[in-house]
Design a binder for this molecule. Structure first.
Ligand code: SF4
Length: 325
């Protein structure tokens, strides 16, 4: 098999809290192919955003990567200097955040922010950059680009700002597009438009998309494959249809049972009992065991390995699949 666009192997990150460091990602491995959308799902605090920040080299000051590998098109990113990682961010990897104001500069016009990346990373002159930026705004469905180019971010709605962010990433044509809950703050109609836009980008740009969300409705709409995280561990991974029809990890089943079924009046929404442990809690064995109704003795003592299950490309980390009954 050709090397994937993004290949993450045994990635380990720690965060310092007070004087101690705690592991947040535990030997995480997965990949994203070209023209593929991989959705990473799990409750808030499970490690989804930390994964994207580790890939982008944007971890906060109290966090760091302590092991494993992050390869983009075969190039090992963890071996690069901060400066080289920074330049890759503009050219080969782009990220859209949940709240675009965290990434947009409130003091600069949208036009200035859009053209800056083009002058810097694509070597365009001012006129060409302006024209191309205008086209990018049109591509993301902004109908009056000339007026928008002159505006500041605060003069726009949340949905428009999110489109501007996507246009900024699009403008530099990254190979890897990372979107961290990009539609959570948007109303349903705009959300739908942004998802359609991202799917189009994947097809037209040869890019791979890593999409972070806790919304399984969004996952069903755009994912090719799904990675399920729980408390910093990957617990299940598989093609979207296979995983939705045949979830094998008790946590994945719990997540799916929380999704309301509008076709079934009698459907009951079942929340997963208990809460996600915080990073300072030391839970031996499978970290899901305090919430798992199938927990056995060995689940409290050992961390389950990854076992193939169901169809091709479907893997689960649970003793129920590994001869533990
Ligand atoms: Fe539940 Fe054990 Fe599977 Fe963990 S390994 S999910 S505790 S059955």
């Amino acid at each position: 098999m050709d090397e994937a666009l993004l290949q993450i192997k045994d990635l380990q990150t720690v965060f310092r809290v007070g004087k101690q460091e705690y592991t947040v990602l535990h030997k995480l491995s997965f990949h994203v192919g070209k023209r593929e959308t991989v959705c990473m799902v799990g409750e808030s605090g499970c490690g989804k955003s930390v994964t994207t920040l580790a890939v982008m080299d944007l971890l906060p000051r109290n966090g760091r990567v302590t092991g494993g590998s992050i390869r983009l098109n075969g190039q090992e990113l963890t071996a690069l200097s901060r400066r080289d990682r920074g330049s890759l961010r503009g050219k080969k990897m782009g990220m859209v955040f949940q709240e675009p104001m965290t990434a947009l500069n409130p003091l600069l016009t949208v036009g200035r922010q859009l053209t800056e990346g083009l002058l810097l990373h694509r070597g365009m002159d001012k006129a060409a950059a302006f024209q191309y930026a205008r086209e990018c705004l049109e591509t993301v469905g902004i109908s009056n680009p000339d007026e928008r180019m002159r505006q500041f971010p605060f003069q726009m709605s949340g949905g428009l700002r999110q489109r501007v962010m996507i246009a900024m990433v699009l403008a530099v044509q990254p190979e890897l597009f990372i979107a961290d809950e990009p539609t959570t703050a948007l109303d349903v109609t705009i959300q739908k438009q942004v998802l359609v836009l991202l799917s189009r980008l994947k097809k037209n740009m040869d890019a791979g998309i890593l999409f972070i969300t806790h919304d399984l409705g969004v996952v069903a709409e755009i994912a090719d494959r799904v990675v399920v995280l729980y408390a910093g561990y990957k617990v299940e991974e598989g093609p979207v249809q296979e995983l939705f029809q045949n979830p094998r990890h008790p946590y994945t089943r719990g997540l799916l049972s929380c999704v309301p079924n509008i076709d079934d009046d009698a459907a009951v929404i079942r929340a997963i009992p208990g809460i996600l442990p915080n990073i300072t809690e030391d839970i031996p064995g499978c970290r899901f065991h305090p919430r798992c109704q199938h927990a056995m003795d060995r689940c409290r003592k050992a961390v389950p390995g990854e076992f193939p299950c169901g169809g091709p490309g479907h893997y689960v980390s649970c003793f129920l699949e590994g001869g533990g009954r």
